[in-house]
Ligand binder design. Structure first.
Ligand SMILES: [Zn+2]
Length: 317
């Protein structure tokens, strides 16, 4: 099956032509999620045309257009239910009409974390496993859950997606979701600078001279022995590990796949979370394997074929 695949990120949109597990052509275009999707549609159209040419096929060869959206989406109805201020105008856009008019193709949309899980299940770290949690550690903490080979969606399309908003500290920080002490509020890309700046001794840390603190910089400074960086790194590892235990208790997976930019430091993160899970999940219960994601930014794009292949009537979970 050929498919057109789009992955709507905060600062760029990934675009690809895929054939089953292979990405035939891909690129990304700059975007600003807060400025909306409508201004980008002409550029998306021309980008898709160029990728089809590069792949040597036409839109008529494709089964449809799959879109990974950074919010809560009910793929069964095609409705966007919650935007979290990203591409908020998409709620009112007739994307199905746009796809039909320009490419004569149907469209299917799903949450971006679920798309990444579909991709990793189809062609990456979760191949061969049908009970999977994926945690994506990035600007936020995304998650998806697959049970018996089916994506878990729930009555309001949010089941499994809010794993990053399971609280790890009820005395903790206020989260953008309205909750207190979510894993995302304690150890995500947006929370990291706030956590670091509040850490005792921060003004004497080498991190204090940085205009912005990313996980890569945190790990680099920790590796060079900065005591605050080491302490904040430990805090983040403990938050992620605790969040993994919560997800394991909630969904009973065989494996937990960890994705996002931090996977570059998988040698540090994976053994830590594995050890914590082995120590702290339900006594006598199954200990799932913790694995790094394999497909990086392509995971969501490779989720296109499984999404377009899914029988909507069968999506009961
Ligand atoms: Zn939250």
């Amino acid at each position: 099956m050929y498919a057109i695949s789009l992955d709507l990120g905060g600062t760029h949109i990934g675009c690809a032509i895929v054939r089953d597990r292979d990405v035939l052509a891909h690129t990304s275009i700059p975007a600003n999620a807060r400025a909306g999707l409508a201004p980008l549609l002409p550029h998306l159209h021309s980008t898709i045309d160029a990728l089809l040419t590069e792949a040597g096929i036409t839109a008529a060869d494709c089964a449809g257009i799959a879109i990974g959206y950074p919010g809560i989406v009910d793929f069964r109805t095609g409705n966007i239910l919650s935007t979290h201020k990203k591409y908020a105008d998409a709620i009112h856009l007739d994307l199905a009409g746009w796809a039909l008019e320009n490419f004569a193709l149907p469209i299917r949309m799903e949450n971006d974390a679920r798309m990444a899980l579909l991709g990793e299940h189809f062609a990456g770290a979760a191949q061969g496993h049908d009970n999977v949690i994926m945690m994506t550690l990035g600007t936020g903490i995304g998650s998806g859950a697959m049970i018996h080979g089916h994506l878990l969606r729930g009555a309001h399309a949010q089941a499994g997606n809010l794993g990053g908003h399971l609280p790890v500290d009820f005395h903790g920080r206020h989260c953008t979701c309205g909750n207190i002490g979510c894993a995302e509020a304690e150890a995500s890309g947006w929370a990291l600078p706030l956590v670091a700046r509040d850490w005792p001794g921060f003004s004497r840390s080498t991190l204090a001279g940085l205009p912005h603190i990313s996980f890569k910089q945190l790990f680099d400074h920790a590796a060079h022995g900065d005591q605050v960086a080491l302490a904040v790194q430990q805090h983040c590892l403990e938050v992620w590990a605790s969040n993994a235990v919560a997800n394991v208790h909630a969904y009973d997976p065989d494996i937990v796949v960890i994705g996002g930019g931090v996977v570059e430091s998988a040698h540090l993160i994976i053994p830590f979370i594995q050890h914590h899970v082995d120590e702290h999940v339900w006594i006598g219960g199954f200990r799932p394997k913790i694995l790094p994601a394999k497909l990086g930014n392509l995971a969501g794009l490779i989720g296109a074929v499984p999404l377009l292949s899914e029988e909507i009537a069968a999506a009961i979970l």
